[in-house]
Design a protein around this ligand. Structure first.
Ligand code: ARG
Length: 460
C-alpha cells in the first residue's frame, strides 16, 4: 500500500526497512483511540472554518462508519499499511472520497500518536483501577471474616509474634491501596491533550486546542508543542505503577506458595487455580502464583525497555518512540490477568485456621509478651529479655512451649512470675493486647477495616 509520505520518494522501500518501520502489527490496537481523536479533530476543523461544515460532517460520518464496521467484524485491519493512522486515512478516503484527504489538515502523526497513546494509557489506568478495587474488596472480605484467625507473624521467615490473618491481609490491602492511588495520580497528570502540537511546532491553522481537549475528556491542552509530541513520561509512570502492582502480587504469590506447601499447609489452593504434574500423580502445584511471580520480571522488563528507549532522544519526536507501544500493551495485559487471577485464587482458597493457630502457638511467638510481663512486674527490659531467652532455651531442650511450664518451673527463672502469667502469654491475649493504631488487636483492626471500607466505597 502507498505510504502517507510517498511524494518525495522515487525509489522503493527495502523489504527489511518495511519490516522494522511498520507498526500496524501492534498499533492496530489503537484503532478506537485513533478514531476518537480524528473525530474530535475533524469537528474542531469544521467549527473553526478550516474545513467546511459539510466536509467535517462527512469525515465524522465516515469515521463512525469505520468504527461500526470494525466493531461488528465486517472491516478487518490488515497489516498492509504502515501504521494504524495510515490505515484509517486510506479506508476513510476510499469510503468518502476527497474529504478523507482533508482529515490530516493541521495535524501530524506525531501529535496524533501522542494523543492515541495518552487515550490508551488513560483507559488502561482506569481498567487497572477497576480491577484493583475488586481485588481490594476481596482482601477486605477476607479480613472481615478473619479478625480472630490467629497465625504467626514472621520476620526473616522465622516466627516472630502472633498476628491474625486479617492483620496479615491488611498489609496487602495497604499495598494495593497505594497502587490504586498511584494510578489515579498518574491519570491526573497525563490528562492533558497533545493534539494541535503538530509535528513539533504547532500549526498556522487557527486550531481550537481547548475544544478538542474538552471533547476528548482532557483537563486542557498540553503546554509546549515540542514536549507534547516527545513526552512519554505518563507511559513510564504507568509502567512503574504496574511494576509495583506486580511486585506486590509477587510477594503475595510467594506467601501463598509457602503457605500452600506440605510443610506449612496454612492454605489449600482451589483446584480451579492449581495444576498437576505429568509424571507425579500426587502433585497439585501453585502454578498460578508462580506465574504471577514470574511475570513480574516481564513487567519490570517492559518498564526498563521504555526507560532505556527514552533516555537518549533529542527533541522532539524520533522514531525510537514507536517502541513505546509493545511494552505498554504487554505490561497492561500482564498486570490485568495477574490481578484478576489473584482475586480468583484468594476468593476460592481455603484458609486452614486450625493449622495457622497451632503454628502460632508454638515457635515462641509469645516470648516478647513474656518479657513484657516481667517488665510490668518491675524487671528492667534488658534483664527480662535475658531471662526469657534462657527460658526459651530450656523449653527447646524440653520440646515444649512457655505456657506448658508450671509456675514452679517458671519461678526458677524469675521470682517475678505469678499465676497471671499464663493468661498474659496466651495467644489470645498476645494479639488482643496489641491495640496501637495499625496493630492486630481486634479494636485496632476493626478500625482499619472500617476506614478501608469507607475509602473503598468512595471509589466504587
Ligand atoms: N507509527 C508511528 C509511531 O508509533 C507514528 C508516528 C510517525 N511519525 C513520524 N514522524 N514518522 O510513533
Amino acid at each position: 500500500m502507498a505510504q502517507l509520505w510517498g511524494g518525495r520518494f522515487t525509489g522503493q522501500e527495502d523489504e527489511l526497512v518495511k519490516k522494522i518501520n511498520d507498526s500496524i502489527g501492534f498499533d492496530k490496537r489503537l484503532w478506537r483511540e485513533d478514531i476518537e481523536g480524528s473525530i474530535a479533530h475533524a469537528s474542531m476543523l469544521g467549527k473553526q472554518g478550516v474545513l467546511s461544515e459539510e466536509s467535517a460532517a462527512n469525515i465524522v460520518r465516515g469515521l463512525n462508519g469505520i468504527r461500526q464496521d470494525i466493531e461488528d467484524g465486517s472491516l478487518i485491519i490488515t497489516d498492509d499499511y504502515e501504521d494504524i493512522h495510515s490505515f484509517m486515512e486510506a479506508v476513510l478516503t476510499e469510503r468518502i472520497g476527497d474529504d478523507g484527504k482533508k482529515l490530516h489538515t493541521g495535524r501530524s502523526r506525531n501529535d496524533q500518536v501522542a494523543l492515541d497513546m495518552r487515550l490508551f494509557t488513560r483507559r488502561a489506568a482506569d481498567d487497572t483501577v477497576r480491577e484493583l478495587l475488586s481485588l481490594l474488596d476481596t482482601i477486605l472480605s477476607i479480613m472481615e471474616e478473619n479478625i480472630d484467625t490467629y497465625m504467626p507473624g514472621f520476620t526473616h521467615l522465622q516466627k516472630a509474634q502472633p498476628v491474625t490473618l486479617a492483620h496479615h491481609m491488611g498489609a496487602y490491602f495497604e499495598m494495593f491501596r497505594r497502587d490504586t492511588e498511584r494510578l489515579l495520580d498518574c491519570r491526573r497528570r497525563l490528562n492533558l491533550c497533545p493534539l494541535g502540537a503538530g509535528a513539533l511546532a504547532g500549526t498556522t491553522y487557527p486550531l481550537d486546542r481547548e475544544y478538542t481537549a474538552m471533547e476528548l475528556g482532557f483537563d486542557g491542552p498540553t503546554r509546549n508543542s515540542m514536549d507534547s509530541v516527545s513526552d512519554r513520561d505518563y507511559a513510564i509512570e504507568f509502567l512503574s505503577a504496574l511494576s509495583l502492582i506486580m511486585m506486590h502480587l509477587s510477594r503475595l504469590s510467594e506467601e501463598i506458595i509457602i503457605w500452600n506447601s506440605n510443610e506449612y499447609r496454612f492454605v489449600e489452593i482451589d483446584d480451579a487455580f492449581a495444576t498437576g504434574s505429568s509424571i507425579m500423580p500426587q502433585k497439585k502445584n501453585p502454578d498460578v502464583a508462580e506465574l504471577i511471580r514470574g511475570k513480574t520480571g516481564r513487567v519490570y522488563g517492559d518498564l526498563h525497555t521504555l526507560m532505556v528507549v527514552m533516555k537518549g532522544i533529542p527533541l522532539a519526536y524520533d522514531k525510537d518512540m514507536q517502541e513505546d507501544k509493545e511494552p505498554v500493551f504487554d505490561a497492561f495485559d500482564t498486570a490485568m490477568i495477574s490481578i484478576r487471577l489473584m482475586g480468583g485464587m484468594l476468593r476460592t482458597m481455603t484458609f486452614r485456621k486450625d493449622v495457622m493457630e497451632r503454628s502460632a502457638m508454638n515457635g515462641f511467638t509469645n516470648a516478647t509478651d513474656a518479657a513484657d510481663y516481667l517488665v510490668n512486674k518491675g524487671v528492667p527490659f534488658r534483664d527480662a529479655h535475658g531471662i526469657i531467652g534462657r527460658l526459651v532455651l530450656y523449653c527447646i531442650d524440653k520440646k515444649c512451649s512457655i505456657d506448658d511450664l508450671t509456675l514452679d518451673e517458671l519461678r526458677t527463672f524469675s521470682e517475678s512470675f505469678d499465676e497471671d502469667v499464663f493468661d498474659a502469654v496466651s495467644l489470645k491475649t498476645c494479639v488482643e493486647k496489641r491495640l496501637t493504631d495499625g496493630a492486630p488487636g481486634e479494636g485496632a483492626l476493626k478500625k482499619h477495616i472500617e476506614q478501608s471500607r469507607t475509602w473503598l466505597s468512595s471509589l466504587r
